[in-house]
Ligand binder design. Sequence first.
Ligand code: ARE
Length: 474
Amino acid sequence: MMRIVAAGAALALAALSLTACAPGAAAGRSDVGVQLFQMPWTALADECESTLGPAGYGWVLTSPPQESIAGEEWWVSYQPVSYRLESRLGTRDEFADMVKRCDAAGVDIIADAVINHMSGQSEPGTGFAGSAYEHDRYPGLYEPADFHDCGLTGDNDIRDYRDREQVQNCELVNLADLDTAAPHVRDTIVAYLNDLLSLGVAGFRIDAAKHIAATDVEAIVAELPDDAIIMSEVIRGSGEPVLPEEYLAAGSVFEFTYARDLGIQFVAGAFTEPDLSTERPQHVPSDQAIVFVDNHDTERGESQITYRDGDTYAMANVLMLADDYGTPVVYSGYAYTDRDMGAPTTASGTIEPVTCAEGARGPQDFADGERTCVHAWDAVAPMVKFRIAVGDAARMPGVTVADAYGFEREGKGAVAVNQGTDEVALTLSTSMPDGIYCDVLVADCAATFAVKDGAVTFTMAPGQSAAIHVDARG
Ligand code: ARE
């Protein structure tokens, strides 16, 4: 079973599983997460109860919960002005209630912790909840001496990612860079994170962790309870000195290479081993890797595949969720044409509490602002129970036929996708017991596949994914 390393743990030995149930438990929780980008707390609580809990998702990554600069763009969330839990996503009480309701539904909350910096504003302003601030002054929290002044690039902005000192001591896109080695700064950050833990969150995504020295992240994490889960955002960059591996002592890291490798398979229009095999050059160890098809940055940037790619996007999610590398997080945001556009707001300026209970169950042409609900798609959500069913069964070598690709999780499940423009019949050998199995990616077991004499043949239309597992017999 995939594991997530907890704060302060001695690497894999003290790994803490996010899953409460043993691998293969039919009605258990999985290690699968979903990033519910810019979903407000009241809607998120409903989502846990209506969709995530029943589907078996184990955790949600939220957007940052702290007060930020005021503004319409989504990215205001990443410019803190105080650590009050009061934002366009909801109030402190709503956040606390959401954590409780999600927990009752079996879903852990991982909060996005923006602790590398404060705002990127050059002029003084007033935050969403009324806190006054200046670029390097946040009354009651930070004074100018609490920030780095790198003095290396003229305007203090990072110019060269190949220079460690710039990356960690200069400003990321003008965001006031906290001196995380200073005791007062560390204590203030630790108090904020402990406050969130006191409300029941399970752990944190450490935003922009690359821009914080790994030793500082470790020192902050060391002050948190041992079971706090840490996922550091350290984008692996070609020729850059700051590596994801440096952050493994603090917990898990997001492994961007996985998404890149997966995306290439679809852009090339054909699957080429060994890229999707278990050989993973430039990947952190599986038990400390968080993997994803895309996220809120990469869907607006480098990702080769996003919700706009419809069936292809579903296929990529299916392969990730069937795979044995890393702890997967499904990305679920909203449609946009303008990169900066925030999620739709109510008259009072908070984000509209739209859930996915009645939302999209598959790819379509989404209108701007509409939630994509990828985690609820018929061709994605059932893969969570596939993952529970296969547990830690070995991933068998992939088989390619024309533009289709598939593999078995030994004796427990099998999966295949067809990215070609013709129907393909792909046969896998399997040690699953003979019998009829539901294609779990078709609702209500309306389609089945037979395992006979150690083999299963998936006949797939163009763009179709198919999956069978031992907990869903036809
Ligand atoms: C916004 C405006 C800027 C303005 C700034 C301050 O867009 O023009 O200067 O505000 O006023 C998000 C948005 C930004 C936004 C920021 C603050 O994406 O557009 O800036 O919020 O509101 C690097 C970091 C990585 C970071 C990415 C975006 O290493 O940590 O850049 N990702 C996280 C979040 C983002 C968020 C922030 C950090 C800031 O996920 O959503 O920004 O909190 C190579 C390197 C990477 C580098 C990448 C892009 O690949 O290897 O390390 O990522 O290039 O530069």
